[in-house]
Design a protein around this ligand. Structure first.
Ligand code: PLP
Length: 416
């Protein structure tokens, strides 16, 4: 390919790796301009739940695009957004009564943080400290970076970021996490934001529903708002519609994006409970929620999300997910005892393991080597440091899934 001016995200161009050009896709398969058939093992950054170019979602997009493409959402509305908001309120816990639209997971998190701070400000209570879990990732905008783990991804931008309280990842013993959270909440924390059950970009770190439930209870005891960042975990990824469901947890605020549109269009929502809305409600402008972007609640994206929700209503999506989860477990089991494999683990359709290289980090050599190796094997797999994970679209064919796992096995052999 000739020189391209495109600057890619999370990509070091100086490494000189080729950048494949994808021309079309269907299901779990991408096709490149040089006629390679690439299996998408990570649902194109965890978004493509039902597979690429799902006919029902594509038809909804095409239909909506003929009628209303885009419009201002401040004080105006349209049917796709109204339908979507009502359906989200119907399928999610009844306490989540209000739906605020935005465009990405990061902005859903920014909105959640602003709602939490607005809640305390408008009630005239001075709470402002946000508490987070170590190793978390919530996005790359300033608020989202501030509440995420600090490290190579954001060290250069530290002057932009605000301080937060941090509790340890629960690991084998959740007590230090619960004690630290208790202390923060007792000290008047405004909100605790957490990825339920699986910390994604932090390395697909998993913890049990009982710990999630306990953390929620601690926040409730002290009035600290509980924000569930379900951007990655919702839409069946962890085996249920949301991860919170497995712990019977109802957050005060929930962030959703990625699979909201089946991964076809950028869209996000921040769901809020009635007290959050009430704190922002006034008959003059004083409590207005000042957040927007030009494309808030884009009608075409909302139509894609409505098609996704119709698929959830009318097709056996959870059965598909359970079947994929069982296949993932079977493949994981074949590698669990490999000398170069550590911490094989699974939550719903997400399977992960660590390869060789003790103490491996994002800057270790193994990650880029694995990335290259998988790309050359026509697989879209993006290890997180030395953590390899598989999170495919729910419609992936058995042969393609087997090919992914065979290649991970070969990569493990190659380290030995
Ligand atoms: N929150 C979580 C848990 C995520 O996994 C991500 C993205 O991976 C985000 C937020 C940010 O979402 P986006 O990349 O759409 O801004």
């Amino acid at each position: 390919m000739t020189h391209s001016p495109v600057w890619h995200p999370f990509t070091q161009h100086g490494l000189g790796d080729p950048v494949p050009l994808v021309t079309h896709a269907e299901g779990a398969v991408l096709h490149t301009e040089d006629r390679r058939r690439v299996v998408d093992a990570i649902s194109s950054w965890w978004v493509t739940t039902h597979g690429h170019c799902h006919p029902r979602i594509m038809a909804a997009i095409a239909d909506q695009a003929q009628r209303l493409d885009q419009m201002i959402f401040a004080g105006w509305t349209h049917q796709p957004a109204e339908d979507l908001a009502r359906e989200l309120c119907r399928i999610l816990p009844e306490e989540l009564t209000r739906v605020f639209f935005s465009d990405s997971g990061s902005t859903a998190v920014e909105v959640a943080l602003k709602m939490a701070l607005g809640f305390w400000t408008h009630r005239g209570e001075g709470r402002s400290r946000i508490v987070v879990m170590e190793h978390s990732y919530h996005g790359d905008t300033i608020g989202a970076m501030s509440v995420g783990a600090r490290g190579v991804f954001n060290a250069a931008y530290a002057p932009m970021l605000f301080d937060v309280g941090r509790v340890p990842f629960p690991g084998n013993d959740p007590q230090p996490t619960l004690d630290a959270l208790e202390a923060e909440c007792a000290g008047g924390a405004a909100a605790f934001i957490v990825e339920p059950l699986v910390l994604g970009a932090g390395g697909m770190l998993m913890y049990p529903p009982e710990v999630l439930a306990e953390m929620r209870a601690i926040c409730a005891r002290h009035g600290t708002l509980f924000i569930a960042d379900e951007v990655m975990t919702a839409w069946g990824r962890t085996g249920t519609l949301t991860a919170c469901e497995q712990a019977d947890v109802v957050p005060d605020i929930m962030c959703l994006s990625k699979g909201l549109t089946g991964g076809a269009m950028p869209l996000a929502v921040t769901m809020a409970s009635e007290p959050i809305w009430d704190a922002h409600y006034s008959t003059d402008r004083t409590r207005t929620f000042y957040h927007s972007s030009s494309y808030t609640a884009n009608p075409v994206a909302c139509a894609a999300a409505n098609a996704n929700l119709a698929i959830w209503r009318e097709e056996p999506v959870l059965e598909r997910i359970a079947a994929l989860a069982a296949k993932q477990q079977a493949h994981l089991d074949t590698l669990a005892d490999h000398a170069m494999v550590r911490n094989a683990r699974r939550c719903g359709t997400i399977a992960a393991l660590e390869l060789g290289d003790p103490g491996g980090s994002y800057l270790s050599d193994l990650g880029p080597k694995l990335l290259r190796r998988f790309r050359e094997a026509d697989l879209l797999l993006r290890p997180l440091g030395n953590t390899v994970y598989v999170m495919p679209p729910y419609c992936i064919e058995d042969d393609d899934l087997a090919r992914i796992w065979a290649e991970i096995g070969t990569a493990a052999d190659a380290i030995a």
